[in-house]
Design a protein around this ligand. Sequence first.
Ligand SMILES: [Fe+2]
Ligand SMILES: [Fe+2]
Length: 171
Amino acid sequence: MDIVDAILHDHGEQRRLFAALDEAGEDKDSLGKIFNRLKNHLESHAQAEEQYFYPALLKKGEGAADSESAEETTEDAIGDHNEIAEALEEAAELEVGSDEWWEKVDLANCRNSAHLSEEERQGMPDFRRHVSSDERRKLGIKYLAFQMEHDAHYEREKKDVDEYIEENQAA
Ligand SMILES: [Fe+2]
Ligand SMILES: [Fe+2]
C-alpha cells in the first residue's frame, strides 16, 4: 500500500462525492448525507496527509513541475487545506440545498479541485521520485489506518502554515 496510490484513490472518491451532490439535486435528505460524508472525508484526508505525506516530502522532496521546492509545495497545500475546510464549515452552517449552501459547496469544490491538481502535479511526483518505495509503503499503512479510524467523523484543526513548516522541517 503505497501512500501516493492511497492518496490518489481518495482523490477519486472526492471527485465522485462532489459529482453525487449534483446528481442528488432536489433530494435534500441524500444531499445532507452525502455532504456530511464528503466533509468528514476531506477533513480526515487533509489531516492524514499532514501527518504522513507532507513531513516526508519536506525532508526528501526537491520540488517538481511548477513548484521550486518541497517547502513551496507544502506551504501551498496546507493553506489550501485550511481554505477547503473553511468553505465546508461555512456550508455546514447553512440549510442543505439552499442557494447559499450550494454557493459554499461550489466554492469548496473549486478550491478542492485546484488543490488536487496541484498535489497530483507537484507533491506526488516529487514524492515518487525521492521517497523510497519501502518508506512509501510504511507510510501508506499509517495513512490508511488513520483514515479507517477517522474517516466517518473528523474535524481538522486549522493550521498555521509557517508553524507547520517549521515544526516538520525540524522534526
Ligand atoms: Fe489530497
Ligand atoms: Fe491535500
